[in-house]
Design a protein around this ligand. Structure first.
Ligand SMILES: Cc1cc2nc3c(=O)[nH]c(=O)nc-3n(C[C@H](O)[C@H](O)[C@H](O)COP(=O)(O)OP(=O)(O)OC[C@H]3O[C@@H](n4cnc5c(N)ncnc54)[C@H](O)[C@@H]3O)c2cc1C
Length: 489
């Protein structure tokens, strides 16, 4: 197959939080940007746009090119990539908008003391609190569920969770900041439009309006500058530097059935890696280990973690209701727990029938880190998550979770983190202070930047990660625009 070549000033790989923020701030600074996104655009607006794993767990649209082993999914540029790890499996998004499309939209800020405990020393919490979190929150349109919505019939299970929290003697549960348009939810509750979000239609994408995913804010704002060329179904296979110090990006261009239709090689002065924790780290490890970019730091692939997730489903004596109102929306922030801070949140389950089930997620600060290496024979990541990385932290999280499920009168508790450990909050691999400088510049590699969750060493301190990733990308982009645009590229 022939190779087509292009030359550009700046390329961003990936359209998730890090990539989208970077693309907006660069284009606003007058830089033309090509954004390469392997996944397709999903355009909500009617029922059935997104696959629903509860209705049809075999829907091949759930799987990115067969990584989730579903029949016929090799030819599916589906929404989720699955990584089979040792001690921990990982799920990563694959679509325009990255994780903001399948996510619930929980957008918690960590507390300053916890932030300082886990984040690289170069990051100043005050600056995040004053500038970077508010900037990201304004763009993402973050807001808490209003009282009238929480008081409605549909959200009875959220109030029930709050009641169990009270019984367990944990800090009062309250609505969490979310990227949800609560006026859409109100209209659904009043019967003025078809109930989607309020019926938990947020599992892997929301079929209608109401979720402020990146394809409704950062990405269209960047496109509106006229300087962003966003290319879906462009899967980057490798990156390297040429003798003149420019960046070479090899891309497989796919069609809607994930078939290769063209090979593209782009040369660029500045390359921003926003392919998410797993794939940014993979592209760098591959470049180092195949000799394309041998001078990358030894710490590449280290300081990786799961954000301390604990996934549990409790079956109660009490009824928990049909179509529990979504998305995940209330939490207890047990952050002064003397054993260690724990967040416990309620994640609604949109079943049409009574199941007595309550899905719960815990987040703690893990004790240590896992690692990723590159398997060149299979072109895959090898993921290792040692038990010691979170054994102590999980004991604390479970103690709190069992107190809650006991108070709820649980008959059975399924601990998915024990039986099949997996995460979708992965962070680290190319972290600040080890692989990158304090603003995401890869050490010793002029014009190469990391913009996504790979910068953060394994935890955003008992908070879901997307808001912190966006805030960090805002901070880094401001410095790059001020210092590197016009000089480095
Ligand atoms: C089901 C689910 C629910 C979640 N709920 C929440 C929540 O409520 N709150 C929260 O904070 N977080 C949540 N998360 C996690 C959150 O989505 C991630 O932390 C966040 O999206 C990571 O942002 P990022 O910028 O690092 O990368 P991502 O958002 O992962 O974006 C990376 C992008 O790069 C693309 N890409 C990857 N490799 C290549 C390549 N080789 N070539 C071209 N493009 C590539 C991917 O397709 C993707 O679009 C959830 C995740 C999932 C899967």
């Amino acid at each position: 197959m022939a190779l087509r070549e292009e030359r550009h000033r700046a390329v961003v790989i990936g359209s998730g939080f890090g990539g989208a923020v970077t693309a907006l701030r660069l284009t606003q600074a007058g830089v033309n940007v090509v954004m390469l996104e392997r996944g397709r655009r999903w355009v909500p607006g009617q029922a059935g746009v997104f696959p629903n794993p509860l209705k049809n767990p075999l829907d091949r649209r759930l799987s990115w090119r067969g990584t989730v082993p579903l029949p016929g999914s090799k030819n599916s540029p589906g929404l989720l990539e699955f990584f089979d790890g040792k001690g921990m499996d990982v799920v990563a998004p694959a679509c325009v908008g990255g994780g903001s499309v399948p996510y619930h939209g929980m957008s918690l800020r960590p507390r300053g003391d916890h932030f300082t405990r886990v984040m690289p020393g170069a990051l100043d919490y005050e600056a995040f609190a004053q500038t970077w979190y508010p900037r990201a929150e304004a763009m993402l349109r973050v807001g808490r569920m209003p009282d009238d919505v929480l008081a409605s019939d549909r959200y009875r299970s959220s109030r029930q969770f709050a009641e169990y929290v009270r019984k367990a003697g944990l800090p009062e549960a309250a609505p969490v900041p979310m990227t949800v348009d609560w006026d859409v939810v109100r209209r659904e509750l009043r019967g003025e439009q078809r109930p989607l979000i309020s019926r938990g239609d947020v599992l892997i994408g929301t079929n209608g309006a109401g979720k402020h995913s990146l394809d409704t804010n950062y990405l269209p704002a960047a496109e509106a500058t006229g300087r962003l060329d966003l290319r879906p179904l462009h899967d980057v296979t490798s990156v390297r530097r040429d003798d003149a110090g420019r960046w070479i990006v090899d891309v497989d261009v796919l069609d809607g059935a994930a078939r290769l239709v063209e090979r593209l090689r782009i040369t660029t002065d500045a390359l921003f890696l926003g392919a998410g924790t797993m794939n940014t780290t993979k592209l760098l490890l591959k470049a180092r280990d195949t000799g394309a970019l041998p001078d990358l730091p030894d710490d590449l692939g280290r300081y990786w973690g799961t954000n301390g997730d604990l996934l549990v489903t409790a079956v109660l004596r009490d009824r928990t209701g049909t179509w529990q109102g979504g998305p995940a929306n209330v939490a207890t922030l047990d952050w002064d727990n003397p054993d260690g801070p724990v967040t416990l949140l309620f994640a609604a389950l949109p079943f049409p029938a009574e199941t007595h089930a309550m899905q719960l997620v815990g987040m703690v600060i893990p004790d240590g880190h896992g690692s990723m290496t590159y398997d060149s024979a299979r072109d895959r990541l090898r993921i290792v998550w040692p038990k010691e990385a979170d054994a102590g932290a999980m004991t604390i999280a479970r103690a709190r979770m069992w107190r809650l499920t006991r108070a709820a009168g649980a008959v059975t508790v399924f601990d998915a983190t024990r039986s099949a450990p997996s995460t979708f909050h992965q962070l680290g691999g190319a972290v600040i202070g080890k692989v990158c400088d304090p603003h995401g510049r890869v050490l010793g590699q002029r014009g190469l930047y990391v913009t996504d969750g790979a910068l953060i060493p394994g935890s955003t301190a008992c908070a879901n990660p997307s808001l912190t990733i966006a805030a960090l990308a805002e901070r880094n982009a401001a410095t790059v625009v001020a210092d590197d645009v016009g000089s480095v590229f």
